[in-house]
Design a protein around this ligand. Structure first.
Ligand code: PEP
Ligand code: MN
Length: 388
């Protein structure tokens, strides 16, 4: 079989401004290349802006050296057709992180998003957020639009709860809320509610496991660049198919994508709700530049204790964190017996400090493991780099 023709990305010198002379000359030159389509992506970062020019098509005839020598080009990456934008390619120095509302999301950081699976009352939202603030947390999860198996189950309060959720987030210094959307109209509702409340908080749009391959929703969410996205892995499709779903978002323009593991639907995982797939944390980090989130609550789905007095949810969280997870999405509730969705898997506010301390312990050990691996590679005189 013929090997897929590889595309190329030219990453411009940050000093080269779009519309300037060097830029225009470069674009004029590139647009004369035969059988090559150009796609331009500008990304405004916190410190610098990056312009990438994708050369798509017959790039086999072009040499990396010639392209690198063009005025205005900083470096050149040849990319495989797979995951052109979110992928990690050979010699790829592109960033693996992004900032949103002062919070850094990357393959080297860890953020906890503890919160309500579904918003029920302003009291519970307030109690949850106050506990998070009191324990130094700046992020949370709050479900307003709930995809449910049965049409008769509570579907979430939708747009009507957004004003109090956003107001309370402002009150308790919450910076980012992860919130699932199941339809493009939800993004308009979120935008309108943020505007009406004076934008006291940021929203990370969550695409749930049932919508991982809802391509029209992916395209719509990918075309907006205001909100970052948490894309959950599809519950019954291959990892490759789910990573392609992330590529849908990024190829439409939104690069601020976190990839979420939440377990796979199969009876092989019994008695857990889903078969825990956190062994894929390092795999996703190797194949792509996306930060990786784990959702221990929807993976395990129950509050069962092991004989060591640790909840399965804590064990599974630790498995993801020890493997380098960058975000934890986890269900808490001030009164799980009154939760309208997924009460049986919620942790309580009294368990929050224990949970956070356990996560910190494991994270510290993960960081030590990374330093140990770097020292070991140095002793073997191997370059410390990701092999792709
Ligand atoms: C959720 O996080 O609330 C949720 C419904 O998760 P998933 O899409 O992974 O089932
Ligand atoms: Mn849930």
């Amino acid at each position: 079989m013929l090997k897929a023709v590889k595309d190329m990305i030219l990453i411009l010198d940050p000093k080269v401004a779009a519309g300037g002379e060097t830029y225009n000359q470069l674009m004029a030159h590139l647009s004369r290349l035969p059988n090559i389509e150009l796609r331009i992506h500008h990304e405004q970062g916190a410190e610098k802006s990056v312009t990438e020019i994708y050369l798509i098509g017959n790039t086999a005839a072009l040499s990396v050296e010639d392209m690198r020598a063009l005025p205005g080009v900083d470096h050149v990456v040849r990319v495989s057709e797979e995951y052109r934008v979110v992928g990690r390619h050979k010699g790829d120095e592109r960033s693996t992180s992004f900032e949103y509302k002062g919070v850094s999301f990357g393959q080297d950081t860890l953020n906890v998003f503890a919160g309500l699976c579904a918003v029920d009352t302003p009291e519970h939202v307030g109690q949850m957020m106050r506990a998070l603030r009191d324990h130094g947390q700046a992020c949370t999860r709050m479900g307003a639009y709930k995809p449910r198996t049965s049409p008769y189950s509570f579907q979430g309060h939708g747009a009507k709860c957004l004003p109090y959720v956003f107001d309370l987030a402002g009150k308790y210094d919450i910076k980012v809320i992860a919130m699932e959307v199941t339809h493009e109209s939800h993004i308009e509702e979120i935008r309108a509610a943020l505007e009406a409340t004076g934008s006291p908080v940021g929203v990370m749009l969550q695409i749930g496991t049932r919508n991982t391959q809802n391509f029209e929703l992916l395209k719509f969410v990918g075309r907006q660049r205001e909100f970052p996205v948490l894309l959950k892995r599809g519950f019954g499709i291959t990892l490759d198919e789910s990573l392609n779903a992330a590529e849908y978002l990024a190829s439409e323009g939104n690069r601020k994508v976190v990839f979420g593991l939440r377990g796979m639907k199969t009876s092989i995982g019994d008695p857990h709700r889903n078969f825990v797939d956190f062994a894929h944390v390092p795999v996703v980090k190797r194949l792509t530049r996306m930060p990786v989130c784990i959702d221990p609550s929807h993976s395990v789905g129950q509050r069962a204790y092991a004989p060591d007095r640790l909840l399965d949810i804590l064990h599974v969280t630790a498995q993801g964190v020890i493997a380098g997870a960058n975000m934890i999405l986890v269900d808490f509730h001030p009164d799980p017996s009154r939760a309208l969705v997924d009460g049986p898997q919620a942790l309580t506010l009294r368990e929050l400090p224990h949970f956070l301390e356990d996560v910190a312990l494991v994270r510290e050990t993960y960081e030590k493991r990374v330093r140990l691996a770097a020292r070991a590679a140095e002793r073997r005189d191997e370059p410390v780099e990701v092999k792709v």
